[in-house]
Ligand binder design. Structure first.
Ligand SMILES: *Cc1c(COP(=O)(O)O)cnc(C)c1O
Length: 398
């Protein structure tokens, strides 16, 4: 049978095995444990000789449907899930890295990931080497010196820089490293890191996968032996995805393709529109021809994503006055939801960092992160226009 496209898969994939009572929707199985009359059957399931569930920290039918849907969307051999995106990242690194090991990554990873690299891993005697994001030569040199893990994120948060995944996966492979890509910003609709040579792909499902900002979750997909080891680490350490959250994420994912297509369109149009404002200093979006990594983005992404950022004249002071003027945007820390979300990077993705650390990462204090929702584009544009207009009126009056 021919393979379905991703929009069809996001609706149908992974659910069938978990349906019960003729229901057409996956049930939320709120049960901590699963009981057995037959002691031998219980034993066989417990030791993995037979499929089934034993205890909710290990596996759960609703959670399994979610894992399976993401696995199929990412074209992966295996997948496992977590309570949050950060749990997915920390459990994966906890599985792979031991004292004396070395990891190579980029400076622009998500703020929480960056904290793992700069605060927690060094305490465990793991050598962390962070390269300039987009400096492929530097990354290749560091990887060639030897490392256990090459950790990438593309596009990055908040300045949407791009790393050439295929080129870096090749470098990682030559050095014998496990190549990991955080695919949260792109989603499997826009980018499939495993097909570009990565070993593992990670998502904060909290963002675009769920898409409704009502459930936290994380997921790791990739090679079976790696995912099995990560699952084992998680089942013991306990960062399990809750069944209700799994259900909300599953339901959100049915519209993943529709939402992401619309978010791609809205973000691209908003990025172009922002460039027409005098108050806007810079616009960061990989779909813009003047973006430094536009060509790489065009090659490895089928859409440029729903995330952009822009900096305004007057820095933090302007941001403070501008953002409250917006009617159709949540001023909040999340991203990837159906609603447009805005926030200063110093309050959202990089709140854990000092101003000096942010400056070192090339994040201006007056940078605004803009996560395009699925609203009608004309309304988003009009909203920005009136928000900037109020600002001009304000600065004329004072
Ligand atoms: C939000 C985010 C994370 C962390 O996910 P949580 O679900 O908030 O723990 C990791 N990576 C990226 C790129 C993110 O945007």
């Amino acid at each position: 049978m021919r393979e379905a496209n991703i929009g069809t898969k996001s609706i149908w994939a992974g659910e069938k095995e978990q349906l019960a009572f003729g229901a057409t929707q996956v049930p939320v199985v709120h049960s901590v444990s699963f009981g057995y009359e037959d002691m031998d059957e219980w034993y066989d399931v417990a030791v993995g000789k037979k499929p089934g569930h034993i205890y909710g920290r290990n596996t759960n039918p609703t959670v399994q449907a979610f894992e399976e849907k993401v696995r199929i969307l990412e074209n992966a051999a295996a997948s496992t899930s977590f309570s949050t995106g950060m749990a997915a990242i920390s459990n994966t690194l906890g599985t792979l890295l031991f004292p004396g090991d070395r990891i190579v990554s980029i400076k622009d990873t998500y703020g929480g990931t960056n904290k793992i690299f700069t605060e927690f891993l060094p305490k465990q005697n793991v050598d962390v080497q962070l390269c300039e994001t987009g400096d492929h030569r530097a990354l290749e040199e560091e990887v060639a010196k030897g490392c256990k893990v090459l950790y990438l994120e593309s596009p990055t948060n908040p300045t949407v820089k791009i790393t050439d995944i295929e080129r870096m996966a090749r470098a990682g492979k030559e050095a014998g490293a496990v190549v990991i890509v955080d695919n949260t910003f792109a989603t499997p609709v826009n980018q499939q890191p495993l097909s570009l040579g990565a070993d593992l792909v990670i998502h904060s499902a909290t963002k675009f996968l769920g898409g409704h900002a009502d459930a936290l979750g994380g997921v790791v997909c990739g090679k079976k032996d790696l995912v099995d080891a990560i699952y084992h680490y998680r089942e013991i350490n306990g960062a399990t995805l809750d069944p209700m959250a799994a259900y909300l994420l599953l339901r959100g994912m049915k519209t993943l393709k529709l939402r992401v297509d619309r978010q791609n369109q809205n973000a691209h149009a908003i990025a172009e529109y922002l460039q027409t404002f005098d108050m806007v200093e810079g616009v960061y979006y990989p779909g813009l021809p003047d973006h430094p990594h536009h060509e790489v983005a065009k090659q490895q992404m089928s859409g440029f994503g729903g995330m952009l950022s822009f900096s305004v004249k007057g820095g933090v002071d302007t941001v403070r006055k501008l953002l409250p003027n917006l009617q159709y945007a949540n001023r909040a820390a999340n991203l990837g939801s159906v609603e447009t979300v805005v926030g200063p990077s110093r309050t959202t993705s990089h709140v854990e960092c000092t101003p000096a650390e942010r400056a070192a990462m090339g994040i201006p204090e007056g940078l605004v992160r803009y996560s395009a929702g699925i609203e009608d584009l004309e309304d988003l544009k009009a909203d920005l226009a009136q928000a900037f207009e109020k600002l001009t009126a304000y600065s004329k009056a004072t």
